[in-house]
Design a protein around this ligand. Structure first.
Ligand SMILES: Nc1ncnc2c1ncn2[C@@H]1O[C@H](COP(=O)(O)OP(=O)(O)OP(=O)(O)O)[C@@H](O)[C@H]1O
Ligand SMILES: [Mg+2]
Length: 925
């Protein structure tokens, strides 16, 4: 850059305003969009020169490095000059390819945390359309977790490439803390200023003409101003050179260079946007590299970039390189690539040049590429693998061979979480020869596009049309998809049948980790066969296997089976272990998310509601960031449970609404019971029986779905029956309740018998059978005592207490209600606690005064922070646990202190210790 910069005042003001907000602790993310060459980089440089901030860390995407997983994050870390936080030490090693974006994102949060200690930090990612997708996912995850951080992130993209960005990033910039800045061309006045800075003087009319001609594109306008004498612009009798002039101007400049400089520039163009001078000179057979470079710099065709290791040369703009590269004749280009393959380092680089050098089919190279793709896929580098496969396809001779490789590439794109890029191949695939693999890949595309019926039809056809002798890996893959389809669509039998078929067909050797055992176990549980699910997963380890490469298939499934069999401790162990293993390695989706959601559900049942909220909301964030829309209903529903029960209404309603909105879109019927239960719980907290019954109505109508008959899954029947009693619809309540009692008794499912006891007691009381009601409540209580399910137990005690009060046994009523009260208080289940207090007051007990500054007035994040700090955690530990910055912890803690009226950690611990550890003192009536 030569320091010439004109205009752009509104855009600069916009960026400075966002920086001011960030400086005040409101983190911001800006997406700067504009046509190639319009002036994005120049604008950012100008902004950064005057930006009053503590640190700038900048990185840029490179067209040729898009496959390099976490390349951009690595650049940012290197730029920061800080030692990488623990989560980022994997960068630069072999393991990085398959690293989990959420884990890396967590590392970025910690890095930003350190950097902003002394002042605001600006993170710049230039040419984000070329940034490697894992880096962008990690960045989106990190930026979303900033709260009170002094961080401004600016990402630049070419506006024809915006859709390449991951959806998570698009949502971030569309959200409250984000902004888009669209950069148009320079206006005629700015063009006049530009010409003046270059020593010319454009008339307003000439400037208008240049503006019409170039659209104000800075690169084009400047190239013309640089190249043409000023008189040409004022000669209105002749047209200005046509817009493709940029390329012609570059080529003309190149032609004017002495031969050595020309060869150096051409060699550099073949090597990439940036390369070591030494390699470019060897490739261009340049005897005097520095002399040639000097001429190239004078012609503004190259720039020098000294680094500690090497002298690098770089093109001043990607379009300069592109113009030179595309102007090479095919023979010269191929010859240079062939030679470059001998000079560059690294397998992927060498192969890239060999591919570019190939002039037609090349079996050997295609086979090498396919092998490379296999290695890349096994390392988790799906996108790199897809590119290698597509390159291999171009080198194959027969259509059959080509199509097979493209199909594999599309599958890799889907695996790598790039649905939009994969979907772009749909038309190609439709023109391919019919075949089982084509149907299978089309089915997966249909599934990601939410076209479930089409997916099932194609999968079935693929299964029937597949010849295992020809394509042995395909059978288990099709069967696994059909099993998943069954699971998502409330067909447990289909899930089990296909999971068994897939297991019988054997696992393909080279395939990505599969989750067949998870699918099988979950299908069995949902079909009412939890013991079989436990048997199928009995041989899995109970403890973490040190350095196990992946989370063992089946662990999540067993966790779910244990949860639904009332083995909450076992479920907690399996699901925590699964979660820890996924975090340490990578998160094969979607089972990582499913495991996290069920971990949250387990914690919810156990009464560990802060943990439940943290895990459920993490599952929500990951599902959203990785576009797993099918899981959105489940994760949002689980997130709603503890919030609804605590009366944190606004957030609970938001989750419940998101759950049902997603359910309408994705139609994953298996989540219906969860979504309905979330809505019902909200209504229960508001004491609205009509809404409880209405919310649960859709579950009852899912008659095919065995899961709703599996009592351990969701307590919807008892909840609905109880509401119906309240509405005077006792017969309907009976019809719901009787089957639950029968199945629960047959399976010995205590949690369900507990809930059924509550509903049965309420029903019999309403029918005027106090004796039967008493027996039902007592039976429920008996089931409750060995179960670590405080909320369910408290609901039962409260219902029992109300019954006792109505039949006049006041002292017994008070004791049951007080037991419930203590448990609700412990859980901080505020709406239920309030109701309990009203019931106790109705028993004649002196009204109790509420403590000022209740925990319940804290937001969910504040509660989570307060709890960790009260338990003795430092701010840094709390930040690590919640994957946020220390700044964010300090911010929440400040609010907590203010709301609770405390001034120190000790006071907070005391306050929390009292609220958490001991039930409130028992006032005597
Ligand atoms: N406001 C400006 N004043 C003077 N020169 C400018 C201005 N904006 C851009 N230029 C010049 O125009 C050329 C192209 O600009 P720049 O590299 O910023 O474009 P870009 O939008 O970043 O392009 P790309 O999409 O290819 O990255 C550069 O040579 C730059 O110096
Ligand atoms: Mg640029």
């Amino acid at each position: 850059m030569d320091g010439i910069f004109v205009g752009r005042q509104p855009e600069l003001a916009f960026l400075h305003a966002r920086l001011d907000e960030a400086r005040d602790g409101a983190p911001r993310a800006v997406l700067l969009e504009g046509a190639p060459g319009v002036g994005k980089t120049a604008l950012l440089s100008e902004f950064l020169v005057h930006a009053d901030c503590h640190r700038v860390v900048a990185a840029s995407g490179e067209e040729l490095e898009r496959n390099l997983a976490y390349g951009v994050v690595e650049q940012l870390v290197a730029e920061s000059g800080e030692p990488p936080p623990e989560r980022l030490t994997v960068l630069g090693s072999d393991k990085v390819t398959g690293a989990d974006p959420m884990r890396i994102g967590g590392g970025v949060v910690h890095l930003l945390d350190r950097l902003q200690a002394a002042g605001p930090v600006i993170v710049v990612v230039e040419d984000a359309h070329w940034a490697d997708p894992p880096s962008l996912q990690a960045l989106a995850f990190a930026l979303r977790r900033l709260r009170a951080d002094r961080v401004l992130a600016v990402l630049s993209v070419r506006d024809d490439a915006g859709e390449c960005l991951p959806a998570s990033l698009c949502r971030l910039v569309a959200g409250q803390t984000g902004a888009r800045l669209r950069l148009g061309g320079l206006d005629p006045e700015e063009l006049r200023a530009l010409s003046a800075s270059l020593g010319g003087a454009l008339s307003p009319r000439a400037a208008a003409r240049l503006h019409d001609h170039t659209g104000g594109n800075a690169l084009h306008a400047r190239a013309l101003l640089d190249a043409l004498p000023i008189g040409v612009f004022h000669d209105h009798s002749r047209p200005l050179p046509v817009p493709r002039s940029f390329r012609m101007l570059v080529v003309a400049k190149l032609a004017a260079c002495p031969p050595e400089a020309e060869r150096l520039v051409v060699a550099a163009a073949v090597l990439g946007i940036r390369c070591p001078l030494a390699i470019a000179s060897r490739l261009g057979e340049v005897d005097d590299p520095l002399g040639a470079l000097e001429r190239a710099i004078a012609a503004r065709l190259l720039e020098e970039r000294p680094t500690t290791a090497d002298l690098l040369v770089e093109f001043p703009h990607p379009l300069v390189r592109a113009a030179i590269y595309h102007d090479l004749g095919p023979a010269r280009r191929a010859a240079l690539h062939a030679r470059a393959a001998q000079l560059v380092e690294g397998e992927a680089n060498t192969i890239r040049h060999r591919v570019a050098a190939a002039s037609g089919p090349d079996h050997e190279l295609a086979a090498e590429l396919a092998a490379l793709a296999g290695r890349q896929a096994r390392m988790g580098g799906s996108i790199a693998a897809a590119d290698s496969l597509l390159a291999a396809a171009r080198l194959r001779e027969t259509r059959v061979q080509r199509e097979r490789l493209v199909l594999e590439a599309v599958e890799q794109l889907l695996l790598g979480g790039n649905p939009s890029e994969a979907a772009a191949f749909t038309d190609d695939l439709l023109s391919f020869a019919d075949g089982a693999r084509r149907d299978y890949v089309l089915a997966r595309l249909a599934m990601t596009g939410g076209r479930h019926a089409e997916a099932e039809r194609l999968l079935t056809r693929a299964w029937l049309g597949n010849d295992p002798a020809v394509d042995p890996d395909l059978a288990p893959a099709i069967a696994e998809q059909l099993a998943l389809h069954g699971l998502a669509h409330a067909n447990a039998a289909q899930a089990v049948t296909w999971a068994r078929r897939a297991l019988a067909a054997g696992r393909p050797a080279a395939a990505a980790p599969s989750n067949l055992l998870d699918i099988l176990a979950t299908g069995l549980v949902l079909g009412g066969h939890a013991p079989e699910a436990l048997a199928a997963t009995a041989s899995l380890p109970d403890r973490a296997v040190a350095d196990a490469p992946e989370c063992p298939d089946g662990l999540v499934g067993r966790g779910i089976a244990r949860l639904c069999s009332d083995d909450l401790a076992g479920a907690l162990q399996d699901l925590s272990l699964a979660q820890a293993t996924y975090r340490r390695h990578r998160m094969p989706l979607p089972w990582g998310i499913i495991g996290l959601a069920f971990l949250a559900e387990t914690e919810y049942r156990l009464g560990a509601w802060d943990d439940a909220t943290i895990h459920a909301e993490l599952a929500v964030a990951i599902a959203r960031d990785t576009d797993q829309e099918c899981l959105a209903p489940l994760v949002h529903a689980v997130a709603a449970f503890p919030l609804a029960a605590r009366g944190i209404r606004e957030r609970a309603v938001a989750h419940a609404a998101a759950a049902s909105a997603h359910l309408r879109v994705v139609g994953a019927e298996s989540s219906t019971a969860w979504v309905a239960t979330a809505a019902a719980l909200l209504a229960l907290a508001a004491d609205d029986e009509h809404v409880v019954a209405a919310a649960l109505d859709p579950v009852g109508r899912l008659t095919d779905w065995a899961a709703v008959e599996e009592p351990g899954c969701q307590p919807w029947r008892a909840l609905c029956a109880e509401a119906l009693v309240g509405l005077g619809r006792c017969d309907q309540a009976e019809a719901l309740l009787a089957p639950l009692e029968a199945v629960a008794a047959a399976q010995g499912r205590r949690s369900s018998l507990l809930a059924a006891g509550r509903a049965r007691g309420t029903l019999e009381a309403a029918r005027g059978h106090p004796g039967r009601a008493e027996a039902a409540f007592q039976a429920g209580l008996e089931c409750a005592s060995p179960l670590p399910m405080p909320f369910e137990r408290a609901l039962l005690e409260a219902a029992y207490g109300r019954f006792l009060r109505r039949i006049g046994r006041r002292a017994d009523a008070v004791s049951a209600l007080e037991a419930a009260q203590a448990r609700f208080a412990h859980l901080d289940a505020r709406p239920f606690l309030d109701r309990c207090r009203r019931d106790l007051d109705a028993c004649g007990r002196a009204p109790e005064r509420r403590q000022a500054g209740s925990r319940a007035t804290l937001t969910r994040q504040e509660l989570a922070v307060a709890r960790l700090v009260a338990a003795g955690g430092t701010n840094r530990e709390a930040a690590a646990k919640l994957v946020v910055s220390v700044k964010t912890i300090e911010y929440h803690l400040g609010n907590v202190y203010a709301k609770l009226g405390v001034t120190s950690r000790t006071q907070l611990a005391l306050r929390f210790g009292q609220a958490v550890a001991t039930p409130s003192p028992r006032p005597r009536s």
